[in-house]
Write a protein that binds this ligand. Structure first.
Ligand SMILES: [Zn+2]
Length: 423
């Protein structure tokens, strides 16, 4: 009995320690995204709920709970396209041997890696069953460490398409749980995934790279199906993210009122002007091409997948450059899970290599990403009323964006997750 009370007491202590306390962080430098200015010596103060109460110049004597006077601070980063419950090695036939409960455990591990890499918010677009909802709920319940999450659960797609599982022959009668053909079946599937916890609806508009037997450039969902999905999702207060590599699928998805185009690889000039006209966000996952070509075969990806990536990777990067130069809205999404989790920041360097200014690349992962996921009032910038989600790096990411690959300090909602500046 006594032992039980002791255990309870320890639990209470741990719970108390995990809860945020009011505090402050002194930042040597803080990037103001709206103006593009690097501000010097500021103190960010937050309350016990982990919400920022002020951002003000440090006075000579001000003492902060955490001193980051050597660091450049930024808001916690956002990745709008992750697959926390998948690993590169689980693509192809190896994935058939991984149970759904096991995938949840993988998600728990990767949630921690992602947060510690400086990504305090993510949108997980595609997971078996509702493994991603379980990870989200564990994080929100304070049981496990991880970023703030929006999740989709199973992605919707046509029979035999990118979001179906086409590895087994007919006699297994296997289909992915998100398969829905026809406008009404697709509407019903939207209702079903919302019922089980989806914050966002993920669909497969075109063929894909890591699926068997289809081509990235071909259409899958029709315009009519996507109109039904978008209408139903919006009615239920959910946005829709459409996987679309193909030129026609991108245009159909934009016309249907989809909120973001994922991959956007083969977008043409008409697609670019449609995206601008509709204000549709484009998400170009332009880092993982390197990983798939170098490591994909070793990781067990199908030979046809590596071949598809070889055809499409460079075009995607060229079209990324075209789209942002034309003024399209770009949000930062990486397809983590196709490459190892925790390397999410490697895409910043790629975006700059393909012509984007570092400031715009970082904005894609903060202001723009927050806007896309509908959380501009709480994440994506360091300001009063937002969560105290803060990262710290050495150096200036505006002159060397790869500084973001070496995040040394992470705070989520006023709770310090890591502080390597103390080492
Ligand atoms: Zn994906």
């Amino acid at each position: 009995m006594r032992r039980m009370f002791f255990a309870l007491w320890v639990c209470l202590l741990v719970a108390a320690a995990a809860k945020a306390a009011p505090g402050s962080v002194r930042c040597g430098k803080l990037l103001d995204f709206r103006s593009g200015q690097m501000l010097s010596d500021l103190v960010v103060t937050f309350d016990a709920e982990g919400t920022i109460t002020s951002v003000a110049p440090a006075s000579g004597s001000s003492s902060a709970t955490t001193n980051l006077s050597r660091a450049t601070c930024l808001p916690g980063l956002i990745d709008v396209h992750t697959h926390l419950t998948s690993e590169p090695q689980s693509s192809g036939y190896a994935g058939l041997g991984i149970s759904v409960p096991r995938q949840t455990v993988t998600g728990v591990k990767n949630a921690r890696l992602t947060l510690r890499a400086g990504f305090t918010t993510i949108r997980n677009v595609g997971a078996s069953d509702f493994t991603d909802a379980a990870v989200r709920d564990g994080i929100n319940g304070g049981e496990i460490e991880g970023p703030r999450m929006q999740v989709s659960g199973p992605p919707l797609g046509i029979t035999g398409g990118h979001c179906d599982d086409n590895l087994l022959p007919y006699e297994y009668h296997h289909r992915s749980e998100g398969v829905a053909d026809g406008p009404w079946a697709a509407r019903a599937k939207v209702r079903e995934v919302v019922k089980y916890g989806a914050d966002v609806i993920k669909i497969c508009a075109s063929g894909g790279v890591l699926s068997k037997g289809d081509q990235p450039g071909t259409t899958q969902y029709t315009l009519e199906e996507m109109q039904a999905i978008a209408e139903e999702a919006h009615k239920l207060g959910r946005k829709v993210a459409a996987h679309a590599h193909g030129t026609q699928s991108i245009k159909d998805a934009i016309r249907a009122g989809i909120d973001s185009i994922e991959h956007s690889s083969l977008i043409d000039d008409e697609g670019i002007s449609l995206a601008k006209q509709h204000g549709t966000y484009l998400v170009f996952d332009i880092y993982n091409d390197d990983f798939i070509l170098q490591e994909g075969a070793k990781a067990g990806m199908l030979p046809e997948s590596v071949e598809k990536e070889r055809k499409i990777g460079r075009l995607q990067r060229e079209n990324f450059r075209k789209a942002f130069q034309a003024g399209c809205r770009i949000a930062y999404g990486t397809d983590a899970g196709v490459y190892p989790h925790g390397d999410n920041a490697r895409q910043f360097g790629k975006m700059v290599e393909w012509g984007m200014k570092p400031l715009d690349a970082v904005r894609a992962s903060t202001l723009n990403a927050a806007d896309l996921i509908g959380w501009s009032d709480r994440v994506g910038s360091v300001e009063k009323g937002h969560y105290a989600d803060l990262i710290g790096v050495e150096g200036d990411p505006l002159s060397d964006v790869t500084a973001l690959e070496r995040v040394k300090f992470v705070m989520k909602g006023g709770t310090v997750v890591r502080n390597d500046f103390l080492k």
